[in-house]
Write a protein that binds this ligand. Structure first.
Ligand code: PGA
Length: 253
Protein backbone atom coordinates (compact mmCIF):
# COMPACT_ATOMS: atom_id res chain seq x y z
CA UNK A 1 0.00 0.00 0.00
CA UNK A 2 1.24 3.49 -0.80
CA UNK A 3 -0.10 6.74 0.55
CA UNK A 4 0.84 10.36 0.20
CA UNK A 5 0.45 12.66 3.14
CA UNK A 6 1.75 16.19 2.74
CA UNK A 7 5.37 15.73 1.70
CA UNK A 8 5.57 12.12 2.89
CA UNK A 9 5.48 9.16 0.59
CA UNK A 10 4.32 6.34 2.87
CA UNK A 11 4.99 2.74 1.84
CA UNK A 12 3.31 0.10 3.99
CA UNK A 13 4.28 -3.57 3.76
CA UNK A 14 2.72 -6.63 5.35
CA UNK A 15 5.81 -7.95 7.16
CA UNK A 16 9.20 -6.98 8.54
CA UNK A 17 10.83 -8.95 5.73
CA UNK A 18 8.97 -7.08 3.00
CA UNK A 19 9.60 -3.74 4.72
CA UNK A 20 13.31 -4.59 4.77
CA UNK A 21 13.24 -5.48 1.06
CA UNK A 22 11.51 -2.20 0.21
CA UNK A 23 14.15 -0.20 2.10
CA UNK A 24 17.00 -2.17 0.49
CA UNK A 25 15.48 -1.59 -2.96
CA UNK A 26 15.35 2.18 -2.39
CA UNK A 27 19.00 2.22 -1.28
CA UNK A 28 20.04 -0.03 -4.18
CA UNK A 29 18.25 2.24 -6.69
CA UNK A 30 20.15 5.20 -5.29
CA UNK A 31 23.52 3.42 -5.65
CA UNK A 32 22.69 2.07 -9.10
CA UNK A 33 21.79 5.60 -10.23
CA UNK A 34 24.83 7.23 -8.65
CA UNK A 35 27.78 4.91 -8.03
CA UNK A 36 29.46 7.37 -5.66
CA UNK A 37 26.37 7.80 -3.51
CA UNK A 38 26.89 9.17 0.00
CA UNK A 39 24.71 7.18 2.38
CA UNK A 40 23.75 8.09 5.90
CA UNK A 41 23.25 4.89 7.86
CA UNK A 42 21.54 3.91 11.08
CA UNK A 43 21.99 1.25 13.73
CA UNK A 44 19.42 -0.43 15.98
CA UNK A 45 17.26 -3.47 15.46
CA UNK A 46 15.12 -1.99 12.70
CA UNK A 47 17.56 -1.77 9.74
CA UNK A 48 19.23 -5.17 10.25
CA UNK A 49 16.89 -6.87 7.76
CA UNK A 50 17.52 -4.22 5.12
CA UNK A 51 21.28 -4.63 5.56
CA UNK A 52 20.90 -8.40 5.05
CA UNK A 53 19.03 -7.75 1.79
CA UNK A 54 21.77 -5.36 0.61
CA UNK A 55 24.40 -8.01 1.35
CA UNK A 56 22.39 -10.56 -0.66
CA UNK A 57 22.07 -8.14 -3.59
CA UNK A 58 25.79 -7.48 -3.65
CA UNK A 59 26.58 -11.23 -3.39
CA UNK A 60 24.28 -11.78 -6.36
CA UNK A 61 26.25 -9.16 -8.33
CA UNK A 62 23.36 -6.68 -8.39
CA UNK A 63 25.02 -3.98 -6.34
CA UNK A 64 28.47 -2.43 -6.13
CA UNK A 65 29.56 -0.52 -3.03
CA UNK A 66 33.10 0.15 -4.26
CA UNK A 67 32.49 3.88 -4.78
CA UNK A 68 29.94 4.38 -1.98
CA UNK A 69 30.71 6.51 1.08
CA UNK A 70 28.83 6.07 4.36
CA UNK A 71 28.32 8.24 7.40
CA UNK A 72 26.62 6.74 10.42
CA UNK A 73 24.25 8.80 12.50
CA UNK A 74 25.80 8.28 15.88
CA UNK A 75 28.01 6.43 18.33
CA UNK A 76 28.00 5.95 22.08
CA UNK A 77 30.66 7.79 24.10
CA UNK A 78 32.79 6.49 25.62
CA UNK A 79 32.94 3.11 23.91
CA UNK A 80 35.81 1.25 22.26
CA UNK A 81 35.42 0.23 18.61
CA UNK A 82 36.21 -3.33 19.70
CA UNK A 83 33.27 -3.40 22.13
CA UNK A 84 30.60 -5.53 20.48
CA UNK A 85 27.97 -2.97 21.53
CA UNK A 86 29.69 -0.10 19.73
CA UNK A 87 28.00 1.07 16.55
CA UNK A 88 31.34 0.71 14.78
CA UNK A 89 31.27 -3.00 15.62
CA UNK A 90 27.57 -3.24 14.72
CA UNK A 91 28.12 -1.77 11.26
CA UNK A 92 31.06 -4.04 10.50
CA UNK A 93 29.17 -7.07 11.76
CA UNK A 94 25.86 -6.31 10.05
CA UNK A 95 27.04 -4.73 6.79
CA UNK A 96 30.54 -3.47 6.09
CA UNK A 97 32.43 -6.75 6.53
CA UNK A 98 30.11 -8.43 4.02
CA UNK A 99 30.13 -5.92 1.15
CA UNK A 100 32.80 -4.47 -1.13
CA UNK A 101 32.87 -1.05 0.49
CA UNK A 102 36.26 0.57 1.06
CA UNK A 103 36.65 0.72 4.88
CA UNK A 104 38.26 4.15 4.41
CA UNK A 105 34.88 5.35 3.11
CA UNK A 106 32.93 4.25 6.19
CA UNK A 107 32.61 6.96 8.82
CA UNK A 108 31.27 6.76 12.37
CA UNK A 109 31.87 9.31 15.14
CA UNK A 110 34.81 8.21 17.30
CA UNK A 111 33.42 6.74 20.50
CA UNK A 112 36.80 7.17 22.20
CA UNK A 113 37.42 10.78 21.13
CA UNK A 114 39.28 12.56 23.91
CA UNK A 115 37.90 15.92 22.82
CA UNK A 116 34.27 15.42 21.83
CA UNK A 117 33.73 18.96 20.54
CA UNK A 118 36.67 18.64 18.13
CA UNK A 119 35.34 15.26 16.99
CA UNK A 120 31.87 16.71 16.34
CA UNK A 121 33.30 19.57 14.26
CA UNK A 122 35.55 17.17 12.32
CA UNK A 123 32.62 14.83 11.60
CA UNK A 124 30.51 17.67 10.28
CA UNK A 125 33.43 18.81 8.08
CA UNK A 126 33.88 15.28 6.68
CA UNK A 127 30.22 15.18 5.64
CA UNK A 128 30.55 18.59 3.99
CA UNK A 129 33.77 17.50 2.21
CA UNK A 130 31.84 14.53 0.77
CA UNK A 131 29.29 17.06 -0.63
CA UNK A 132 26.63 16.06 1.87
CA UNK A 133 24.41 13.02 2.22
CA UNK A 134 22.38 11.76 -0.74
CA UNK A 135 20.20 9.31 1.18
CA UNK A 136 19.84 9.16 4.94
CA UNK A 137 18.35 6.01 6.47
CA UNK A 138 16.63 6.58 9.80
CA UNK A 139 14.90 4.57 12.48
CA UNK A 140 12.89 6.23 15.21
CA UNK A 141 13.28 5.87 18.95
CA UNK A 142 10.33 5.17 21.23
CA UNK A 143 10.62 8.81 22.35
CA UNK A 144 10.76 10.14 18.79
CA UNK A 145 14.52 10.54 18.65
CA UNK A 146 16.39 10.38 15.35
CA UNK A 147 20.05 9.57 15.65
CA UNK A 148 20.55 10.22 19.36
CA UNK A 149 18.77 13.57 19.21
CA UNK A 150 16.56 13.19 22.24
CA UNK A 151 13.43 15.27 22.94
CA UNK A 152 14.66 18.76 23.76
CA UNK A 153 13.63 22.38 23.89
CA UNK A 154 15.22 23.11 20.50
CA UNK A 155 16.29 21.22 17.37
CA UNK A 156 20.06 20.66 17.33
CA UNK A 157 21.82 22.02 14.28
CA UNK A 158 25.05 20.07 13.85
CA UNK A 159 26.85 16.97 15.12
CA UNK A 160 26.89 17.20 18.89
CA UNK A 161 27.63 15.46 22.17
CA UNK A 162 24.46 14.46 23.99
CA UNK A 163 23.27 12.89 27.19
CA UNK A 164 20.96 9.92 26.62
CA UNK A 165 17.48 9.87 28.13
CA UNK A 166 16.69 7.23 30.73
CA UNK A 167 14.12 5.73 28.32
CA UNK A 168 16.76 5.35 25.59
CA UNK A 169 19.21 3.73 28.01
CA UNK A 170 16.44 1.38 29.08
CA UNK A 171 15.45 0.56 25.45
CA UNK A 172 19.08 -0.10 24.48
CA UNK A 173 19.90 -2.09 27.61
CA UNK A 174 18.46 -5.14 25.84
CA UNK A 175 21.76 -5.42 24.02
CA UNK A 176 23.92 -5.02 27.14
CA UNK A 177 24.23 -7.23 30.22
CA UNK A 178 22.56 -4.49 32.27
CA UNK A 179 21.33 -0.89 31.94
CA UNK A 180 24.37 0.20 34.00
CA UNK A 181 26.64 -0.81 31.13
CA UNK A 182 24.91 1.39 28.54
CA UNK A 183 27.04 4.52 27.97
CA UNK A 184 25.22 7.63 29.19
CA UNK A 185 26.42 9.88 26.38
CA UNK A 186 26.75 9.78 22.62
CA UNK A 187 27.96 11.70 19.60
CA UNK A 188 25.21 12.25 17.06
CA UNK A 189 24.60 14.07 13.81
CA UNK A 190 22.39 17.05 14.61
CA UNK A 191 18.83 17.44 13.41
CA UNK A 192 20.20 20.03 11.00
CA UNK A 193 22.77 17.54 9.67
CA UNK A 194 20.05 14.95 9.09
CA UNK A 195 17.68 17.49 7.58
CA UNK A 196 20.33 18.51 5.03
CA UNK A 197 20.25 15.01 3.46
CA UNK A 198 18.81 15.19 -0.05
CA UNK A 199 16.58 12.15 0.53
CA UNK A 200 15.42 10.59 3.78
CA UNK A 201 14.13 7.04 4.22
CA UNK A 202 12.65 6.34 7.60
CA UNK A 203 11.98 2.70 8.45
CA UNK A 204 9.50 1.95 11.26
CA UNK A 205 8.33 -1.52 12.23
CA UNK A 206 6.38 -3.12 15.06
CA UNK A 207 3.23 -2.20 16.98
CA UNK A 208 5.27 -0.65 19.80
CA UNK A 209 6.18 2.21 17.41
CA UNK A 210 2.59 2.93 16.25
CA UNK A 211 2.02 5.82 18.68
CA UNK A 212 5.33 7.56 18.13
CA UNK A 213 5.04 7.10 14.35
CA UNK A 214 1.63 8.77 14.48
CA UNK A 215 2.98 11.64 16.61
CA UNK A 216 5.95 12.16 14.27
CA UNK A 217 3.93 12.10 11.05
CA UNK A 218 0.60 13.64 12.07
CA UNK A 219 1.36 15.54 15.28
CA UNK A 220 2.78 18.99 15.94
CA UNK A 221 6.26 19.82 14.70
CA UNK A 222 8.14 20.09 17.95
CA UNK A 223 11.63 19.32 19.29
CA UNK A 224 9.83 17.25 21.92
CA UNK A 225 9.26 14.77 19.06
CA UNK A 226 12.51 15.24 17.10
CA UNK A 227 11.34 13.15 14.11
CA UNK A 228 8.41 15.54 13.58
CA UNK A 229 10.80 17.96 11.84
CA UNK A 230 10.69 15.57 8.87
CA UNK A 231 7.24 16.95 8.10
CA UNK A 232 9.12 19.92 6.63
CA UNK A 233 11.63 17.94 4.55
CA UNK A 234 10.91 17.89 0.80
CA UNK A 235 11.89 14.28 0.11
CA UNK A 236 10.95 11.75 2.78
CA UNK A 237 9.83 8.16 2.35
CA UNK A 238 8.35 6.35 5.32
CA UNK A 239 8.64 2.61 4.93
CA UNK A 240 6.59 0.85 7.58
CA UNK A 241 4.98 -2.43 8.38
CA UNK A 242 1.23 -2.54 9.02
CA UNK A 243 1.73 -2.79 12.78
CA UNK A 244 3.75 0.42 13.00
CA UNK A 245 1.45 2.17 10.52
CA UNK A 246 -1.88 1.15 12.08
CA UNK A 247 -2.69 4.51 13.76
CA UNK A 248 -1.61 6.45 10.69
CA UNK A 249 -3.73 4.25 8.41
CA UNK A 250 -6.73 4.72 10.69
CA UNK A 251 -6.33 8.52 10.72
CA UNK A 252 -5.72 8.85 6.98
CA UNK A 253 -8.50 6.43 5.95
P1 PGA B 1 15.51 0.31 17.07
O1 PGA B 1 16.10 1.73 17.43
O2 PGA B 1 15.63 0.18 15.59
O3 PGA B 1 16.40 -0.66 17.81
O4 PGA B 1 14.10 0.30 17.54
C1 PGA B 1 15.67 2.84 16.71
C2 PGA B 1 16.25 4.10 17.31
O5 PGA B 1 16.46 4.16 18.53
O6 PGA B 1 16.48 5.05 16.54
Amino acid sequence: MEKRYRNFKIIIKDSYDNTSSAVADIIADCINTKANTVLGLATGGTPVGAYKKLIEMQSAGKLDFSRVTCFNLDEYHPIAATNDQSYKYFMKDNLFDHINIDPANTHIPDGMAADVQTECIAYEQKIAAASGIDLQLLGIGMNGHIGFNEPASAFSRVTNYVELEASTIEANSRYFDSADEVPKHALTMGIGTIFAARQIVMMITGAAKANIAEAAVLGNITPQVPASILQLHPNVMLVMDGDAAKNIIARLA
